[in-house]
Design a protein around this ligand. Structure first.
Ligand code: FES
Length: 139
């Protein structure tokens, strides 16, 4: 069997569960991809999914802080990655969508340029850190 053609199966992370250890990340480096169940996140305009459905998400480090977002461009609901986990520009300063190059502020998900509607943002997910481990949800 040619396993390279199998779809990527990112881990499903529930509220209160570990996403990853901070050593898996570096500032402006590869994102850690995971999935969240719709029932576990706040509904948002255009969500268009049932509670049982799963949505792709990612965790990044930017500077010495961590941020998680749904992997869903604010222009068209497509994943942002150039290659799995590659969401930053070459300079590692912005998140950039691979489809039509919308540019986002990594620290708040605000769209800074490109075809996003005015004021559009990535959908942030709550995370918290205990020691060097980063969890999905709030304490
Ligand atoms: S889908 Fe991301 S910029 Fe168009």
């Amino acid at each position: 069997m040619n396993t390279s053609r199998l779809p990527i199966q990112d881990p499903i992370v529930k509220k209160g569960e570990l996403i990853c250890h901070q050593d898996s990340l570096s500032s402006g480096g590869k994102a850690f991809r995971f999935q969240v169940q719709c029932a576990q996140i706040e509904a948002f305009p255009g969500m268009n999914a049932d509670d049982e459905d799963y949505l792709p998400a990612f965790l990044i480090q930017y500077g010495d802080r961590y941020y998680a977002y749904l992997n869903r461009c604010a222009h068209v609901s497509m994943e942002l990655d150039w290659n799995p986990g590659d969401v930053f520009n070459e300079e590692q300063t912005y998140i950039v969508c691979a489809t039509h190059y919308a540019v986002y502020d990594p620290s708040n998900g605000q769209c800074l340029g490109g075809p996003c509607p005015k004021g559009a943002k990535l959908i942030a997910l709550p995370i918290y850190q205990i020691d060097q481990q980063i969890y999905f949800g709030s304490l």
